[in-house]
Design a protein around this ligand. Structure first.
Ligand SMILES: [Zn+2]
Length: 277
């Protein structure tokens, strides 16, 4: 019965949802639309299938529901996935060195943006053919859970260029104040105590990373360059106000206002659960 689409079961000649597998199919579509590779999305969904057949699943219109199979995927999500597939195919055509699993090919910002309100990662979603970054906990089960703003990739690029162009290299070189560290005597065993102390002390690579940064900053491109950005920025944290904090590779931080998509104030539902999306 290999021709039955994953997610369904056939009983007495009619198709119904295999609840667990249907949920996996939904996760597959959502994660792929959210930026994961075919394999990455399949893994996340827990679907043990090979690359090619995952691709076929993502274009299987039966998941929209037809006379025989009940719907698993909304038309909106299905369309988003088709757009994302087309977009990635185009990237693939443009760049022979494309690897689906290398997230930096999706965007140089991938894995670098975090929500300052709830700590979750920002992910890129395609909405109406436009790419938007938002907190991955923004909408959980149809409810607005985190009111961190949606931002466009372009506004991130612009903010980064503004940060870079305004950088005061003397300030970049200035060592930030050391965090005060409280080391207790926890263990009588000197080896155990040594391990404990070691676990508290962060490696101090400020001088090394600052020197590296200064070298990279000798060639600032005129326009946004993803490779350059990924060499300079360690982490970007976005706050509800639209403020973003860019943390450079040496740990120095610089704030910048982002342009928020939509603009209007969002209200967070109070019935939100802490489940993952
Ligand atoms: Zn958030």
């Amino acid at each position: 019965m290999a021709h039955i689409p994953y997610g369904y079961k056939i009983k007495n000649g009619s198709a119904s949802l295999d609840k667990n597998k249907a949920a996996q199919v939904k996760t597959l579509f959502e994660e792929y639309a959210g930026g994961l590779s075919l394999e990455g999305a399949a893994n996340k969904a827990g679907i043990p299938r090979r690359h090619a057949s995952i691709g076929l699943m993502l274009s299987d219109e039966r998941y929209l529901g037809d006379g025989f199979y009940p719907a698993i995927i909304s038309a909106e999500l299905f369309n988003r996935v088709q757009e994302e597939r087309a977009r990635r195919a185009e990237t693939l055509g443009r760049n022979r060195n494309y690897f689906a699993d290398d997230k930096s090919n999706i965007s140089p910002f991938w894995g670098r943006i975090f929500c300052g309100e709830c700590g979750s990662e920002y992910r890129r979603y395609a909405e109406n053919g436009k790419e938007r970054w938002r907190c991955s906990r923004r909408i959980v089960k149809g409810r607005l859970c985190c009111a961190s703003p949606m931002i466009s990739e372009q506004s991130l690029e612009e903010a980064f260029m503004e940060v870079v162009c305004a950088l005061d290299m003397e300030d970049v070189k200035a060592r930030p104040p050391k965090k005060r560290l409280v080391i207790e005597k926890k263990y009588d065993d000197p080896l155990k105590q040594a391990e404990y102390v070691y676990s508290l002390v962060e490696a101090d690579d400020f001088d090394y990373m600052t020197e590296k940064l200064i070298n990279i900053m000798k060639n600032v491109p005129e326009d946004f360059d993803g490779k350059f950005m990924s060499k300079v920025v360690k982490r970007i944290t976005v706050f509800q106000s639209g403020a973003a904090v860019f943390e450079l590779i040496n740990g120095k931080i610089y704030g910048k206002e982002l342009i928020i998509v939509g603009g209007s104030k969002n209200r967070v539902g109070n019935t939100c659960k802490t489940e993952a999306e």
